[in-house]
Design a binder for this molecule. Sequence first.
Ligand code: NAD
Length: 484
Amino acid sequence: MAGELSKMKMYISGEWVEPASGDYFETVDPFTAKPWALVPRGNSADADRAVRAADRAFREGPWRSMHPSERGRLIHRLGSLIEEHADSLAEIEVRDNGRLLAEMRHQIRYIPKWYYYYAGLADKIEGVVHPCDKPALSYSRPEPLGVCVGIVPWNAPLLLFSLKAAPALAAGNTIVMKPAEHTSATALKLMELVELAGFPPGVINVVTGFGKEIGEPLVTHPLTRHVGFTGSTATGAHLYSLAARDVKRVSLELGGKSPNIVFDDADLDNAVRGVVGGIFGATGQTCIAGSRLLVQRRIHDQFIEKLSAFSAAARVGDPRRAETQIGPIANSMQYDRVLGYIDIARQEGASLVLGGKRPALAECENGFFIEPTIFTGVKNDMRIAREEVFGPVLSTIIFDDQEEAVAIANDSEFGLAAGVWTSDMKRALRMSEQLDAGSVWINTYRDISYTTPFGGYKKSGLGRENGVEGIREYLQTKAVWLST
Ligand code: NAD
């Protein structure tokens, strides 16, 4: 079987290369549960080759001496090529991670905005002249860091790749990216567009494989200067400690257990749509999933009834069909993990009001499908309210007043995002100040933009992506003194 599948290649220093080990692994379509291609199983030798290539391109290649506007032009060109090829990239992404085709088309058509935005910033990175108290001209200039390693997960592979690649390149760095082992195809496909755009060899490299085997050697490589990681808090904390040994810069975009808080004065129909989109969108596999629903007591029963009816009507099935609203879980390990959490919630005494199992539909027989699942009667100290499930499982907690809502929302080791549903804008603004979260959405949920900083409080992360703050992660400041 494996022999019939096509083999992908890694992209290092402008060349398509086989893994040093000669080993490959299967990438599986979550809808059919069948492998569709073979991915190179990279190891430390490949990591070394890629980081050295990026380092050479940074020190010796034309990239560094190029005027920033020229670098911006190349980044912009890559954005246009993604726009041109968005639909075919979306099809590949769906094959790898099972997200809805319509949603992936929409997402990938939006990705070029990151490239355009940071292309425009490339020649606007300016220094400062300081009012110095010595007989000297003293000024500071922002400079790139060198080789930046980006490690990303499988839930939005090309988007999360681009959130790191676009600002790192615009700042003048060179990059080595490692997609998640389950979803390597679009990052490699993108390298065909990098060639077409005309990037110098070694500026953008992509290696593939498993975290321990190639991810860690990238992080610990002595020539790596920055590690940008998106993934679980456990892995992020581990990589943070590895990077600390060599005092490398890191940015971490990690997990969440975000509260979605519905007050009794909210527009309930709007809130139902927001809560459903927040937890069942992407089959619950987003870091910002609104996985804890906090509902004010007076409207609890009415809200749960509306929410269950709306969620039960969601069409689960083939991610390529236009009518489908909820696709499969991205891989078998994650499927078992989500079912495991549903069992835990039951054992902890939460009440299952919807879902909790594989849908009884012929179309869902083979893939990794789980029904949209809602628990009520959850207490905030239960595991189902504290740990990230990363699947379509909503935990409902009752609160009485604003103070209690804030206390429950903030009683979490995570602080990625929060939603507030109310018609009282004074309360909404007060809540936005009180919630420990990197993003607070009021009467909306899951909005992100290339213009607006995104990142986590507490164990949800370190540093910010997007906007002007996003490019600062990839710059360091040099002070220059000129005797006068
Ligand atoms: P993960 O931490 O297991 O893996 C993420 C990436 O890290 C993969 O590429 C993996 O190969 C690599 N990796 C794993 N172990 C490694 C190691 N020891 N050394 C180097 N690399 C290693 O996470 P996952 O389960 O694939 O992704 C889901 C997690 O990602 C969730 O916790 C989710 O909340 C988080 N996430 C966060 C954001 C955000 O922006 N905050 C966005 C999307 C996903």
